[in-house]
Design a protein around this ligand. Sequence first.
Ligand code: GLN
Length: 218
Amino acid sequence: MTARPAAAGRAVGSDGWPVPRVGILALQGDVREHDRALRDAGAEPLAVRRVEDLHGLDGLVLPGGESTTMGRLLGVFDLLDPLRRLVQEGLPVYGSCAGMILLADEVRGGPSDQPRLGGLDITVRRNAFGRQVDSFETDLAFAGVGDVHAVFIRAPWVEAAGSDVRVLARVPDSARQAAGRVVAVRQGAVLATSFHPELTGDSRIHALFVDMIKEGAG
Ligand code: GLN
């Protein structure tokens, strides 16, 4: 990646790139943890609660939390249409867990009318890992990143994905159940994980997202 001159008024990172401004949807969910991970990855996080907060963003994170609540609040705060438009226009977006569900074009295992953004050509199953194991942790291989410790909390998995979607990680064979299930994908500028890298203090997946932003801008 080559450096480019910073736009006026923008801070420049140690790599010579303008520090990307990344919004975090802050209506519900683990916003603070994404804030920390984005800072560690060299981005400037900004809370998004209103349409005005979307102005000038280089990327957007949809946090983990509860996707039906987040979807409902997106409607209440008139953010559904503006966010759908930004995703369609190619704004880089990263969704973890509930964020993945908000981005999925199809959702199973929940109310079919739950408000969502869509834009990612996948079918997800909510709470897919079952009630007995609603939370678990495992190490897995993440394409382009390496071995990652993954924390799953009432997580969805990806049941089907379109031909433009790249699978980045699966549950490993060593896991007691659900081996082979797809838990991280990328389609164009959209990245999604079933698990929560923001909870482990490892900012490599956020750094991958920041690189995606820089790729698009370069
Ligand atoms: N089960 C939640 C949902 O359906 C997602 C859980 C999470 O984000 N940790 O929205």
